[in-house]
Design a protein around this ligand. Structure first.
Ligand SMILES: Cc1ncc(COP(=O)(O)O)c(C=O)c1O
Length: 391
């Protein structure tokens, strides 16, 4: 008999009932160190007092009004995002997938309004992940995601990750945009080198193509800058954000330049819940923390410490791990044993990690994790690796 929850996930037998900072508490009382943060969502950890306060204050006043009316919390969050990024304007969504939908629509509408309606093609890369909607799976293009779901939405060309010549050769008179994650998450923590991001920006400028960055997983302080592309010193035309911006409340956004957004006039797009007062009140509180330069300095310090300790872990377990990759607090352990076995051994030792493609185990801890948490992470990962080595 089919479970009452549609069985699209292979769920671990873990039943968390409470979260505190970097820790999750199981119904049986066991404390797990959370190095997954809901897959890069709980940027400020669990039950951060400022987020609890923002949500409860807002909940006591007004939960929801339609986007037919002014929403001051939405305005405040948009203003903060515009102030701290390349963007001139923001549309709020409930998720990264919906941000992807709008990013694709926005790019195509841009050219349509300029009389170049043939420019609908979006270039994307193998190993990418942009969500599970029809546009999201078409953008990623892998058989794993598209097979069995009927006609794949046309207008996406898939290129090899890192193949810059392929990009230049693939640009035609039909190309609207390049869509890329500065650091692939689901694809196995694969960072696009700064030089490559710069080159992509240059190619876009040369051919009048829009650059869309998917920072759903790598944005909002995760790499040690507010947005990952800042490391490369470039700016996109359109950017998708989600996960960390809501700190656990479902919230996403599309940020864009005035020019790139010029086709999105009244009536061209909408969302019932996107930009809802509850989500935006929490988003403002997240932004107040992650835009503090001291906060990002701490992320970078802790990222350096964690990475250095992970290098030691790999040296100690050469049969289990191959390398550590990634940037900031978006790290991947490329495994020699099966990555799922590492994740499961982590559960045995009360540490949460997340599997990714390319046999990688992801570490995406709360950006607020402490030095003690890092020490605990290493103790637990070391025990997990020892358990696998002796198996
Ligand atoms: C890079 C990237 N884009 C888009 C998405 C989809 O976001 P959501 O699950 O919020 O719809 C994800 C989710 O993992 C992601 O990592």
């Amino acid at each position: 008999m089919i479970p009452s929850v549609l069985p699209t996930y292979n769920r671990a037998p873990l039943n968390f009932v409470k979260g505190e900072g970097s820790w999750l508490i199981e119904a049986d009382g066991r404390r797990f160190l959370d190095l997954g943060a809901g897959i890069a969502v709980n940027a400020l950890g669990h039950a951060h007092p400022a987020l609890v306060q923002a949500l409860t204050d807002q909940a006591q006043n007004l939960w929801h009004v339609s986007n037919l009316y002014q929403i001051p919390q939405q305005q405040a969050l948009a203003d903060r995002l515009v102030e701290h990024s390349f963007a001139d304007t923001v549309f709020f969504t409930n998720s990264g997938t919906e941000a992807c939908e709008l990013a694709v629509k926005m790019a195509r509408k841009y050219f349509f309004d300029k009389g170049e309606e043939q420019r609908i093609e979006i270039l994307t890369f193998d190993g990418s992940f942009h969500g599970r909607s029809s546009a999201g799976i078409a953008a990623a293009g892998s058989e794993k995601m598209t097979k069995g779901f009927g006609p794949v939405l046309p207008g996406f060309t898939h290129l090899m990750f890192g193949d810059l010549d392929g990009v230049t050769n693939a640009i035609t008179g039909q190309t609207a945009a390049i869509l890329i994650e500065p650091v692939q998450g689901e694809g196995g923590i694969r960072a696009v080198p700064d030089a490559e991001l710069k080159a992509l920006r240059a190619v876009c400028d040369e051919h009048g193509v829009l650059l869309i960055l998917d920072e759903v997983q790598c944005g909002v302080g995760r790499t040690g800058k507010l947005f990952a592309h800042e490391w490369a010193g470039i700016t996109p035309d359109i950017m998708m954000v989600a996960k960390g911006i809501g700190g656990g409340f479902p919230l996403g956004a599309v940020l864009a330049t005035e020019d790139a957004a010029s086709g999105m006039t009244a009536g061209t797009h909408g969302s019932t819940y996107g930009g809802n007062p509850l989500g935006c009140a929490v988003g403002c509180a997240v932004m107040d923390h992650v835009t503090d330069p001291d906060f990002l300095d701490e992320v970078n310090r802790k990222a350096g410490l964690l990475r250095q300790k992970l290098e030691g872990l790999i040296d100690g377990h050469p049969d289990v791990f191959e390398e550590v990759r990634g940037t900031g607090l978006m790290l991947g352990l490329k495994c020699k044993v099966t990555n799922i076995d590492v994740v499961n051994a982590g559960y045995d030792n009360q540490v949460i990690t997340v599997p990714a493609a390319d046999n990688v185990v992801r570490l995406l801890p709360p950006l607020t994790l402490s030095d003690d948490d890092i020490a605990q992470a290493l103790i637990r990962l070391d025990k997990a690796a020892a358990q696998l080595a002796s198996a």
